[in-house]
Design a protein around this ligand. Sequence first.
Ligand code: GLN
Length: 205
Amino acid sequence: MKELTVGIVGIQGDVEEHKRSLEHAFRDMDLNGNIRWIRSPKELVSIDGLIIPGGESTVISNILSSRQMFQPIKDLINKGLPVLGTCAGLIILAKKNYDKVVGEKEQPKLGVMNVTVERNFFGRQKESFEAELEIQKLGNKKFKGVFIRAPSIIEVGSDVQILSKLNDLAVAVQEGNIIGTTFHPELICDIRLHKYFLTTIISNQ
Ligand code: GLN
């Protein structure tokens, strides 16, 4: 199999944690994988998949916008590039994002996934929590979801598959080549979600 290059938007947030999880998943799947930090449009050339980490979506999106990275990323995703967005990453992928305090947010976004998310749905930092999730695609063993100032997915388009729910709220979704989670799979040792993402990249080759 050819080498895989997975880009991680390396602007702000838990970028190192995604790198560690990906490296672990590469080893586990016996893949010849490279990781590339994506901080400018030219680094997007020839990547096979892209991760947009959690962190602060306003910061990440303002910097992506000022570096003129939205359009090239959007073009790649529309052509089928597999992408995983976690927490703030999902907010940036969503068609619409909403905030109880300020209403619909005008922050720049990719807007490629047919979901509406509400930022900081569960409250502030101190309301962060963990929950055992059922994610059938990852097998029977529960998956620990780490929710940190997490958004909620409040509307899901008909073409979007719900991979996991918590108390009736979708917390992991997939629309073709786009996967989004409201929690942080990169903050735990369980790499099953990263492995699942890598299988979507492999089947896209
Ligand atoms: N609340 C953050 C935001 O709206 C996301 C938090 C996270 O990624 N852990 O950008």
